[in-house]
Design a protein around this ligand. Structure first.
Ligand SMILES: Nc1ncnc2c1ncn2[C@@H]1O[C@H](COP(=O)(O)OP(=O)(O)OP(=O)(O)O)[C@@H](O)[C@H]1O
Ligand SMILES: [Mg+2]
Length: 263
């Protein structure tokens, strides 16, 4: 099923000749690709192919030894996580990273931190402008909660939620930062069919309604082929395919990499 094209053609992020090593392990070797504004870009590949490492380079968790990263026309060798966040890059993690004892609402609120201007003391005292700002942030978070259809769990500590809902809360926290580029590391892993369908719908709606550019890692080929505009394929840290879902599916290199793997 082909998706309507959202991509404007304008490049939002480009990665050129990225290489990343951990001691003797070559996690990424000479990888180049770009992400266009408004598209859903998937990264696929067998286990250990370097997919998460790639996302970690994009948002500044890892610093590649070689290569250049250009985001919104500004090139830097490495981007630090807080710079990436300030520039509108948000992400979710392969292993859910939420505050388990805190409620859904409060977890999503933490995604607003970057956008809060008044100091913590003023906020603690609920002083004038701080109170007003907090109310605005709360209203924004409530809109996300409505959007993700999680009103019924807004007060529940996330540690008590089933896995699929925790993944949805984590998406909510990333959305609270109002990202321009959203990085999702296996947003549907470990979900049942219904949860996957819900998550697919939310990913597509975020892209459609907010115009958010999305780069996601996913193992479920059906999902990838359905929702992405373009796909980059990694294998053993090298890029072996890049194109539309149909192009990638037909590539002999990609087919060979997937034969004999469990995906
Ligand atoms: N912090 C690290 N220190 C050492 N090696 C690492 C580190 N992060 C990743 N690697 C190595 O880099 C390679 C790529 O790992 P990565 O997690 O990026 O793969 P992946 O494609 O996301 O795999 P999976 O599908 O299992 O999540 C692996 O060999 C991994 O062991
Ligand atoms: Mg990974």
């Amino acid at each position: 099923m082909a998706r309507a094209a959202h991509a404007t053609g304008e490049v939002l992020l480009s990665l050129e000749n990225i290489s990343l090593r951990f001691g003797g392990v070559k996690a990424l070797t000479d990888i180049s690709f770009d992400i266009r504004k408004g598209e859903i870009r998937a990264i696929i590949g067998p286990n250990g192919a370097g997919k998460s490492s790639m996302l970690n380079c994009i948002n500044g968790f890892y610093h590649p030894q070689e290569g250049r990263i250009t985001y919104k026309g500004v090139t830097r060798r490495q981007m630090r996580p807080h710079q990436a966040a300030e520039q509108g890059i948000a992400r979710t993690f392969q292993n859910i990273a939420l505050f388990k004892g805190m409620s859904t609402l409060d977890n999503i609120m933490t995604g607003r931190n970057l956008r809060m201007k008044t100091g913590l003391l003023a906020q603690a005292l609920h002083w004038g402008p701080a109170q007003r700002e907090e109310n605005e942030h709360r209203a924004f978070v409530e809109r996300i909660i409505d959007f993700l259809e999680i009103q019924h769990i807004r007060k529940v500590p996330v540690g008590r939620l089933p896995y699929g809902l925790q993944k949805r809360v984590e998406l909510g926290r990333a959305l609270a930062a109002e990202p321009e580029l959203l990085l999702l590391d296996e947003p549907m892993a470990g979900m049942n069919l219904e949860e996957k369908q819900d998550m697919c719908r939310f990913v597509l709606d975020v892209n459609d309604q907010f115009g958010t550019t999305i780069c996601l890692i996913e193992h479920d080929m059906g999902v990838v082929m359905d929702i992405s505009d373009r796909v980059v394929v990694l294998d053993y840290g090298k890029k072996i395919g890049d194109g539309t879902p149909d192009e990638v599916k037909a590539s002999p290199d990609v087919i060979a990499a997937y034969l004999g793997t469990s995906h």
